[in-house]
Design a protein around this ligand. Structure first.
Ligand code: ASP
Ligand code: MG
Length: 427
């Protein structure tokens, strides 16, 4: 049994949905759970609708109309017969949205957000399921809220693993053996509370859904179909000649994410790692290609060549904190300093401790950093450099270092056996 996840970009228009069908056709007779995100930028659109609804913004009507028109247009391309039952199915979900926004808002934002935003995945899965049926892939549409049980932390719901496992193991075998083909189509990103309210698992949560289902079902693997050939060794935004990584360990993937690469969220990787289930990142444009394999260290190909990976974080501030009286920075100072960072939710991307100073590199968050600097200035001498970049190279060598630091002024340099990190600015 396999789990496939198709993200927003892979279902952003009619052609993309057709392409999902083509990918599925490469896997006849496989048991597959297909996890689908909302189409294109639908989640953003629904976020805006939620805001407009709660603030009684006059733009609400137009935003709802746009959302309907977007899906309607995809439907018309895919299903020329306007009597096709999918029209009613999608309409039923959209009517739910109408009902919500016609009522006076009484509940708090996060609750309303989840009731509204979760509808994006309800629509997309209906459409994908109907399209697969249309293209000869019989399948069962599943409401994931029968499976993924959560607490009521709306917008960031925590999965109740025990009752989720119970539901999944009870329901899924009958889906696969129920005579409606071997494919199940369900929603990413959403869950349900014990009181039957919809929840969401946090933005980009569909990967996590695939991982939860794959782990509980003991899938042979979980595949995330993306618009890139796999996990790349650098963000193509910064590097022209990126290379695809053939394979990497869960540990490496988690580290890359920690250093700032937008690979796969550790939350998604953890359940797979715990259950030894490989994760594949593959291109939906090029489904014959292998993509990137993320698996346990021992299962990596023996002849795997190490490719240096580059992670750039731009828009950083390097803050140096020094005691006013030239005394050493000792544990008491550090605990004060860390407390300030933690209380303000300023995440430290890199730190360096010297005899008379302590330096940190943080994201230049205009809402948080200036206040923090001011506060620290009451007790310490504080110097800072704005507009610096933090570059991390995994599996570095001198050539790769030269490549990123030439014509840059280096403020901080840190090396371990595997990782080199630099705080730099253009000369
Ligand atoms: N549709 C949700 C989002 O855009 C979940 C996902 O795509 O993973 O965040
Ligand atoms: Mg996504």
């Amino acid at each position: 049994m396999k789990v496939f996840k198709f993200g927003g970009a892979s279902v952003k228009d009619a052609d993309a949905v057709r392409n999902v069908g083509k990918v599925m056709q490469l896997y006849p007779n496989e048991e597959i759970v297909v996890v689908v995100s909302a189409m294109g930028k639908t989640t953003n659109a629904l976020e805006k609708i939620t805001q407009e609804y709660l603030s009684k913004d006059a733009g609400l009507t137009a935003s709802v109309a746009d959302l309907k028109a977007y899906h309607q247009q995809i439907l018309e391309c895919l299903f020329p017969d306007e009597k096709h039952p999918i029209y009613d199915q999608v309409n039923n979900v959209l009517v739910e949205l109408d009902w919500i926004v016609e009522e006076e808002p009484i509940n708090e934002f996060d609750f309303e957000y989840d009731q509204i935003v979760s509808l994006g995945e309800m629509i997309s899965t209906k459409i994908v399921s109907a399209w697969l049926t249309e293209s000869g892939i019989s399948n069962t549409w599943i409401d994931v809220r029968d499976l993924i049980k959560t607490d009521n932390t709306y917008r960031e719901a925590q999965v109740d693993w025990a009752s989720t496992a119970l539901g999944v193991t009870k329901m899924m075998p009958s889906v696969f053996n129920g005579g409606n083909g071997k494919v199940a189509v369900t929603q990413g990103f959403i869950g349900v509370t014990s009181e039957n309210y919809s929840t969401t698992l946090g933005r980009e949560g569909s990967d996590y859904t695939a991982s939860i289902l794959g782990s509980i079902l003991g899938a042979e693997d979980v595949t995330i179909w993306k618009d890139v050939p796999g996990v790349l060794n650098a963000d193509p935004k910064w590097f022209k000649d990126t290379e695809k990584l053939e394979a990497l360990s869960y540990h490496d993937a988690i580290e890359l994410a920690f250093f700032g690469a937008t690979v796969i969220h550790p939350k998604t990787l953890k359940p797979l790692q715990n259950n030894g289930i490989p994760l594949l990142v593959r291109s939906f444009f090029d489904p014959e290609q292998e993509g990137t394999l993320i698996t346990g260290l021992k299962k990596l190909p023996k002849d795997l060549k190490t490719v240096p990976s580059f992670i750039f974080k731009i828009n950083q501030v390097l803050i140096s904190i020094l005691p006013r009286d030239y005394s050493f920075i000792v544990e008491e100072n550090l605990s004060d300093i860390f407390k300030e960072f933690a209380q303000r939710g300023v995440k430290i991307n890199l730190m360096q401790h010297a005899a008379l100073s302590f330096s940190v590199c943080v994201d230049a968050d205009a809402m948080k950093v200036p206040d923090l600097i001011k506060e620290l200035g009451n007790d310490y001498k504080v110097l800072y450099n704005e507009n610096v970049e933090l570059v991390t190279i995994r599996d570095y060598d001198q050539a790769t270092i030269d490549r990123v630091v030439t014509r840059k002024k280096i403020y901080v340099e840190q090396k371990t056996r595997q990782t080199a990190r630099f705080v730099v600015r253009d000369l």
